[in-house]
Design a protein around this ligand. Structure first.
Ligand code: AHR
Length: 325
């Protein structure tokens, strides 16, 4: 080694490579078979009926099976969610259910849990597979196919637009897997169909209030927009309020389409204000705890456990209202 600088560069590269290969080859931590587990559930936020329904489903299922759920709410902060996971590791939970708010920021916390011998199960949102992989760094991702959700909404729109073609897209949390994939599924299908233009696209952070604010601004900037696609029903409800405040008639001069299937939004289909919604099930409890039990028993757990989603339109909205959240 001729200089200290060269030594440092080479040793850094070697250390990185060794770390990567040990990470890639290490087996997932095992989970002992027990009658009762202490399981962490690191929720990202509690700002919508969807999140509350997910938490309820996890609490109910844990209680039904006699497990203790250690719950944390990251209050819409990825930094807090990472420190919540680290607190669970320090408490010595048996396993962790995590809903990663963003697809990169939570990866170090997944590695920390794995390296501490605690298996992690991702619920509802996935992380970047360029950084971490199911079956290697975490057990599995349980959730919907978000690309498919975006595509199903686009397909409905293409068949039912009746000449409407200028689209405003209100996206979910920047850097989250549902925002990335719902944009991809929708945008690809819309571009392939031709005849539509996405005139503006901005994040409303999956929040009702931000959805309202963003719609308010974008509808002023693009008064000729006649379609509004929101990545979640909370943002759709905010958008309806903004459209009405601007004197626009949702369902008549602006066609609104969304994702989730919350009770208020499905009611808005029945009321003629929203055209269609692709559901996204928040009921994770049974699948999450089945996966945990299978994993402990040494049964194979697939890398992706898919939730099937309902599709809501005017002809089924009233009938399906009772099964919404
Ligand atoms: O990750 C799932 C999405 O997150 C839901 O569709 C949305 O409402 C929530 O915030």
């Amino acid at each position: 080694m001729s200089t200290r600088r060269e030594f440092l560069i080479v040793s850094t590269v070697l250390t990185g490579a060794a770390l990567f290969s040990s990470r890639a080859q290490a087996a997932l931590p095992p989970l002992a078979v027990k009658a009762s587990y202490k399981v962490g559930f690191a929720q990202s936020e509690s700002n919508s009926p969807w999140r509350l329904a997910e938490t309820r489903s996890m609490r109910d299922e844990a209680a039904k099976r006699g497990h203790r759920l250690v719950f944390s709410d990251a209050a819409s902060s990825s930094a807090k969610q990472a420190s919540d996971v680290n607190a669970m590791i320090a408490q010595g939970v048996d396993a962790i259910f995590l809903t990663p708010r963003e697809d990169k920021a939570l990866v170090p916390a997944i590695f920390s849990a794995r390296d501490a011998g605690i298996p992690v199960f991702l619920l509802d949102r996935d992380v970047s597979h360029g950084m971490a992989r199911p079956g290697r760094d975490y057990v599995t991702f349980i959730g919907s196919d978000f690309v498919e959700e975006g595509r199903r909404v686009a397909e409905w729109l293409i068949a039912n637009a009746n000449g409407k073609k200028k689209i405003i897209e209100i996206e979910g949390t920047v850097g989250s897997s549902p925002a990335n994939d719902r944009r991809k599924g929708f945008d690809d299908a819309i571009r392939a169909a031709g005849g539509f233009t996405i005139v503006a696209s901005q994040s409303g952070d999956f929040s009702r209030d931000k959805g309202r604010q963003v719609t308010e601004t974008l509808i002023q900037a693009h008064p000729d927009a006649d379609v509004l696609y929101t990545h979640s029903d909370e943002m759709a409800m905010g958008a309806l309020a903004a459209l009405e405040a601007a004197g626009r008639k949702p369902g008549k001069d602006v066609l609104v389409v969304s994702i989730d299937g919350s009770r208020t939004a499905v009611q808005a289909i029945a009321d003629g204000k929203i055209g269609a919604i692709c559901g996204c099930s928040p009921f994770f409890g049974p699948k999450a705890f089945d996966a945990l039990a299978d994993y402990a028993a040494g049964k194979p757990v697939p890398p992706f456990i898919k939730n099937e989603d309902q599709f809501y339109v005017a002809s089924n909205a009233r009938t399906l209202l009772a099964s919404t959240f």
